[in-house]
Structures are given as structure tokens and as C-alpha cells.
Design a protein around this ligand. Sequence first.
Ligand code: GDP
Length: 427
Amino acid sequence: MSNPETGERLDDGLVLWFPAPRSATGEDVAEFHVHGSRAVLAAVMEALRHLGLRLAEPGEFTRRAFLHGKLDLLQAEAVADLAAAETEAQRRQALRQLDGELGGLYRGWSQRLTRILAHLEAAIDFPDEDLPPEIENRILGEIDGLIAEIERHLADGHRGERLRDGIMVAIIGPPNAGKSSLLNRIARRDAVITSPIAGTTRDIVEVAVDLQGYPVVLADTAGLRDSDDVVEQEGLRRALGRAKEAEIRLFVFDARCPDQARAAAAWPGPDTVLVANKIDLVPACRQSPQSRASTVMPGLDPGIHGDTPLSKGVDGRDKPGHDEIETTGNALQISALTGEGIDGLLSVLGERVAQTYRMEAPVLTRARHRQALEDAALSLRRALGATLPELRAEDLRLALRSLGRITGTVDVEDLLDVIFRDFCIGK
Ligand code: GDP
């Protein structure tokens, strides 16, 4: 390889030539494989610059591929997701989207909608005759069916988006129960300062971990307790907010104080896992053999009525004679200090996450897709209620447009800069 102007040799390399349109971008593409040292790169880049070439903008290759119809917009976004994927589940989800599964689903809906619209327009073209009722009913039935499918797809619990961003797991519980220690143990590094003084964690600390291939964001929240300290109160408020949003809550309490577990009643339901920590401090004879041996999920009884401020508002009845030890027995028993029980806890958590996020059907992965689908469903519902066929046709056209914006078949010029801005250079 030599400089075309000076004739100076620059490197020994390999050049691959992909003539248009059968290249990744659909344009003529030359790939230079050179020895990647800084000096070689600088010399080659300088020679290319003299030929009038420039460095690509972030995402420019993918953008050109999109503009030349090599990829739809969903696939272009999948390239960015694939480049950013940190866990197996994220890689698989991005690859499915890149394979065109999601685009295929939306294009299928667009095609059906186009057919419905064509039928309706054909009928409008004969204004003298009223639309025969059987045709009108069939059109309405098809619109109805489409709305149901879109709404089912939307009601996915935001799983695709969460898989992209990380599945939230909040660690909650009374101060000093060992929440920060547990987070550190799981993260295998000192992400949070632990201290024996209650109220150390005043804000939320997040650690992203790869849990059996799934991206999980563990959030350590401020100790849940009443406090006069303004900063701590704010921490508490954020902790509560985060705990509510989280997919799964780990309610950590001190195994020596089983009555602390009662406050977990404020978070009833199968998404709260009871964790009894510090079992290294509990005499062996008092530990529950069954819970220690296996990973028992808590059968949280919503009837348990705690007396902390947090459990107020839970519509539980006090269960007379409820045995505190029974609650501890349902909890996973761990020691954040020695590491005992942590593997069991992680496998319970992993199974939970896998159950929810092992996805058969393609799911939407971005708020942008959700917005467009909601718009489409809204237009379709309006179309159902429209009194005039012309208005109904207009609503169907709007729905079609919303669907088209997801895959990028209709005016998306305004979206492109936003979408490709997040790419890295070279993609
Ligand atoms: P947090 O307020 O719930 O986040 O609690 P920390 O993680 O800060 O822990 C409070 C205190 O309990 C610290 O001194 C920890 O070292 C200690 N601690 C945490 N987990 C364990 C454990 O499993 N066993 C023992 N013996 N001490 C623990």
C-alpha cells in the first residue's frame, strides 16, 4: 500500500472491494486491513484524506445502509443494541431484531391495514351506493382484530425495554440489616460503603450485574426507617419510589430479629423475596434447615400486618397468633459476611428473571416503538368509531403512518439524527 501522491510505501495490507449494491451499505465499499499501529493508521488516513475522503460520523455506515434500503429502522437500532449488548439475553434480543422479526410483525400489520384501507377506498369510490353492511362489518371486524393484536403486543410489561436497560432489583429492608453488604457481595466489589451506623446509604446506589445472561441492575436503597434527618427522609422517599418500580424486591432483614420481616408485608406479592441475613450470628439450632438447604420462595402472607410506617396502607388483617419464626423460615437465609447462601439467592433471582424474560414472541425494545404503536392503536380506535367512511379512511391512513414510522418506511427524516446520534464511530 503506498501513498498515491508521493509513491511512498505505507504498509503491507489487504484491500477488499465490495461493489454496489451488494455491500453492507449498498454503496461501493472498500475495506482496508492494515497493521493497526498509530503510525500506520495516521499515514493511511492522511493519504486517504488527500484523496478527499473523511472519517465517518457515528453510525454513518448503518445510516447509509438504512437509506439504501439494506436495513429497516428497527434493524438499524438493533445494530446499536448489538454493539452495546453486555449480556447474553441482550445480545439475543438485538440479534432477533436485526434478523427482522420485529420488523416483520409490524410490516404484517401494515399490509393488513393497507388491504383494509383499499377495500374501504374502493367502496368510497362508489358514493351513490351505501357500503354493503357485510363489507362494513368485515372491515370493522378486521380493525378490531388488529387493535387487539397491537394492544396484546403493547401489554408486554415493558420487557423488551427493560432487557435493553437492565432489569431492576431493589434491595430494601430496615437499616443495618446488611443491604449494602449484600450488594457488595453480589457485585464482588466494594460498590457501597458499609458501616455499622444506621442510615449510611442515603441515596440509591446501583450496580449492574450479569445474572445468568440477564442484565440486572441491583439498587441498594436507604434503610427503610423513620427519620427526622431531611437527607435521610429524601433517601427514604427515593428508596420507596425505586422499590415500587423494581421488578423484584429483596427484602433483607436481620435473621436475629425475625419481627423485622413483618415490615415486608408492605410489599406483598410474589415479587418480593424475603432474605434473612447474618445467619452466621444465629446459633445453628435456630436456623431453619429446610430454608438453608434449598431456595424457598417466600409465601408472603398479605395478612401479616406490620407496625412500621411503611406497612401502613396495606390492606391486611392482623393474623392472630402469627408466628414470627415462621416468617423467617420462609426467607432465604444468607450471610453477606461469609457468603453463605448467596449462590442460592442468586439462583432464585436468576430463575425469576429467566421466567419473565425468556421471550417467545418478539417484543418491542424502545419507547419510540411503544409511542408509535399507541398512536396507531388510537387511530384505529377512532376509525372504529368514525361515522363517515371518508373519516374512517383518514384514521386508517394515520394508523398506517404510525406503523410506518417504526420501520422507517414513511417520513422519518426528523428521527434519523436522534437515532444515529447514539451510535459509535465505525458502525
Ligand atoms: P445496611 O444499612 O442494611 O446497608 O447494612 P450494612 O450492609 O451497612 O451492614 C450493617 C452492619 O452489619 C455492618 O457492620 C456489616 O459489616 C454488618 N453485616 C452485614 N451483613 C452481615 C452478615 O451477614 N453477618 C454479620 N456478622 N455482619 C453483617
